[in-house]
Design a binder for this molecule. Structure first.
Ligand code: FAD
Length: 410
């Protein structure tokens, strides 16, 4: 079997296109929206909605080469600014959920507005985490009760740390995918995901989190108080399987969990972008100071800085290769649950190490707000937390390699 790590011409064009956007549209306003945490980055949102999402004339067709391109886009745009990337008007995680668990009709119904020209910017989001349920997603307490008279689901509960939650819950046409249980006695088997359209009565935006990093991103708390959604907004099937749903092919929880097979490689690519931003900058600075990295020198002759930089590059490359493998498997329809978690765990750790090292090597100026390096260090850490923490992704890797069910290795 041939192994080919060359990017196609189309992917290279896309990469260059997104790099240009990162450099010209994102970097100039990066510090501004880091400081103005809860302000809408209007110029960026408008640019993305009216221009960025369509690509440039003549290139647009080539910008859609599937999942690899999505990861290239994530890396390049997060090289620009990870917070602004998360604030882009896109279906985001909500879209991954609809794609993974929704029917053809649901995909058309919820996603088409994101493809239409004109209109106002809209967002998608996914709300799983609750005050008492994060890593253990099966412990969620938000409920969905069916009202047979109106054929609606009634949602009740509170969701926290919902990325893009402000935009998705308030800009008409956007949506939040909400995980809720329709039968608590069924455990995981009772958990389903529901699409709640923006401004649905009963969904209330409580506020946005103040954060260490990715401060341009709106991380919302949402309350659901007798929030009614049509029967057709349940993604997948309403059937509840009480016996080990992970083994029986239950579409609800399994479908919802499949969202992560798509989203984890994207988060890994985002992490790689932030890490590369720091490493590129560090190398430029070292070069300006006359420090050349001797890649071919024998290890015993390397200076401490050379060894650090080479190690940082190796970490970044390893993260990227794992990411591309998981993305390629997604593209080709192969099951990538193990590979997606491997990529996410590796990239989340790599980016925290790389950015910290960059600050350290640059010394006091690296710690200063005159440069963006300290910001990248703050933006890095989230990649080790959301979409499954470092520990949880390692747990998934271990389970898959050892072939243990979740009940046996937790
Ligand atoms: C900025 C931001 C954006 C987010 N965006 C979203 C979003 O869009 N949608 C959404 O639903 N959620 C989102 N989250 C929530 C995020 O996914 C959770 O914070 C994460 O899953 C961890 O859950 P938790 O916070 O409850 O931590 P806990 O599960 O309480 O974990 C706390 C610590 O214990 C460790 N731990 C937990 N269980 C185990 C175990 N079995 N073995 C070993 N270690 C373990 C964890 O790794 C972690 O270090 C976001 C969070 C942040 C900070």
């Amino acid at each position: 079997m041939a192994i080919d790590f060359e990017l196609s011409e189309g992917s290279k064009l896309a990469q260059a296109h997104y790099h240009d956007i990162a450099l010209k549209q994102m970097r100039p306003i990066s510090r501004k929206y880091d400081l103005r945490e809860h302000d809408l980055p209007v110029e960026w949102v408008d640019y993305w909605w009216n221009e960025g999402r369509f690509g440039t004339k003549g290139r647009s067709e080539k910008l859609t080469e599937g999942f690899i391109t999505i990861c290239l886009q994530a890396e390049e745009l997060c090289w620009g600014d990870a917070g602004l990337y998360l604030r882009m008007p896109t279906p985001a995680l909500g879209g991954s959920a609809v794609s993974s668990a929704g029917t053809k009709e649901q995909k058309q119904r919820f996603m088409s507005k994101f493809r239409e020209e004109g209109g106002h910017p809209i967002w998608g989001a996914m709300a799983i985490t609750e005050p008492q349920a994060g890593s253990d997603a099966a412990a969620i307490e938000t409920t969905a009760d069916f009202d047979p008279d109106t054929e609606e689901w009634i949602l009740n509960g509170t969701k926290i740390f919902c990325t893009a939650g402000e935009g998705a819950s308030t800009a008409d046409g956007g949506f939040v995918v909400v995980w809720a249980t329709i039968d608590k006695s069924a455990g995981r088997g009772g958990i389903k995901s529901f699409v709640v359209m923006a401004n649905t009565p009963g969904m209330e935006l409580i506020g946005c989190e103040k954060k260490l990093g990715i401060r341009a991103s709106d991380t919302a708390t949402l309350r659901f108080d007798n929030c009614r959604v049509p029967k057709e907004n349940l993604l997948g099937s309403a059937e509840v399987r009480k016996k080990d749903p992970t083994k029986t092919g239950d579409k609800g929880f399994k479908g919802a969990m499949a969202t992560f097979d798509a989203s984890r490689p994207i988060v890994a690519a985002m992490a790689t972008g932030v890490g590369r931003a720091a490493l590129d900058f560090l190398k430029e600075e070292l070069e300006n100071q006359g420090v050349a990295i001797r890649y071919d020198a024998p290890p015993r002759e390397l200076t401490a800085i050379e060894r650090d930089v080479i190690e940082m590059e190796a970490e970044l490359q390893a993260a990227r290769l794992l990411t591309w493998r998981a993305a390629w498997m997604m593209n080709t329809g192969k099951r990538n649950n193990l590979e997606a978690s491997m990529a996410k765990a590796k990239a989340g750790l790599a980016v925290t190490k790389i950015t910290q090292k960059a600050v350290q090597i640059l010394g006091p100026v690296g710690y200063s707000k005159k440069l963006l390096v300290e910001k990248w260090m703050r933006d890095a850490k989230i990649n080790d937390i959301y979409e499954g923490t470092q520990q949880i992704n390692q747990l998934i890797v271990a389970r898959r390699i050892l072939d243990y069910p979740s009940a046996m290795l937790r």
